[in-house]
Ligand binder design. Structure first.
Ligand code: NAP
Length: 245
């Protein structure tokens, strides 16, 4: 059987690192992309290799179109093809002021990394993905929750949901699906950093399942969306949040 290849962006830490390990266990050769944390990416690659899988770390800031192109070049150089793009890389501000107090730098960063970053890699994926391939984007359940303080972050994620729908249609005839996963509060640096324990506790209890999501919860959904059982799911955003919305 041909070895299938997955690029996971932002795979050095958090959800992306767990997605990379899961897709390697599913049988993909995995490109472990990271922005700055080379040591953490190397650890993910070492774990995958020790478990008998194949992985290569590639540094690329996905918000830079040239770096996004290089990410695909290096994947093809390493493994000869790309079948799956998991657009997981993303950032969230540690403090969440109301829209009126959100500064220009925060707004620009949300759109530069979260929206332009996913746009850059999707554009490369359209040119380079194999027929039968999969694209999985990363939204957030906060798009539906409309939580005060999240205006710039949630707006960026809403843009990703819209691009997911449109790209699924633009890929007509290619047998490539495009979907998004929209986690609720998930126990990673991105969610935990800068939050008081009582805020974490309150958000953990908000879903009827009364806990935070884990990276494994989300990796299971991504595994489904890149696997054969989701062949008929296309252009959708799948919320994975314990029922918070
Ligand atoms: P995380 O623990 O902060 O990890 C973020 C990852 O993204 C790291 O690997 C980081 O690389 C990478 N990254 C950041 N900027 C990048 C860039 N410009 N280019 C390439 N890689 C970049 O975050 P997480 O919680 O796992 O979040 C993963 C995704 O899920 C994000 O899109 C986030 O918005 C979404 N999400 C998370 C939650 C949650 O509660 N955690 C909820 C909803 C949605 P370095 O290690 O090199 O910095």
């Amino acid at each position: 059987m041909t070895q299938q290849v997955a690029i996971v962006t932002g795979a050095s830490r958090g959800i992306g690192a767990t997605v990379a390990r899961r897709l390697a266990a599913d049988g993909f050769a995995v490109i472990v992309n990271y922005a700055g944390n080379a040591a953490a990416a190397a650890e993910v690659v070492a774990d995958i290799t020790a478990a008998g899988g194949q992985a290569t770390a590639v540094q690329a800031d996905v918000s830079d179109p040239a770096a996004a192109r290089r990410l695909f070049d290096e994947a093809i150089r390493a493994y000869g093809r790309v079948d799956v793009l998991v657009n997981n890389a993303g950032v969230m501000p540690t403090n969440m002021p109301a829209l009126v107090d959100t500064d220009d730098a925060t707004f620009d960063r949300m759109f530069h990394i979260n929206v332009k970053g996913s746009f850059n890699t999707m554009r490369e994926a359209v040119k380079r993905l194999q027929a039968g391939g999969r694209i999985v984007n990363s939204s957030s359940s906060v798009v539906g929750l409309a939580t005060p303080g999240y205006s710039a972050y949630a707006a960026a994620k809403a843009a990703i949901e819209t691009m997911t729908n449109i790209l699924a249609k633009e890929l007509r005839g290619r047998q490539i699906t495009v979907n998004a996963v929209a986690p609720g509060p998930t126990a990673t640096d991105l969610f935990l950093d800068g939050k008081a324990p009582e805020v974490i506790e309150r958000l953990a209890k908000a879903a009827p399942l009364e806990r935070l999501g884990t990276p494994q919860d989300i990796a299971g959904v991504v595994s489904f969306l890149v696997g054969p059982d989701s062949a008929w799911v296309n252009g959708q955003t799948l919320r994975a949040n314990g029922g918070i919305i």
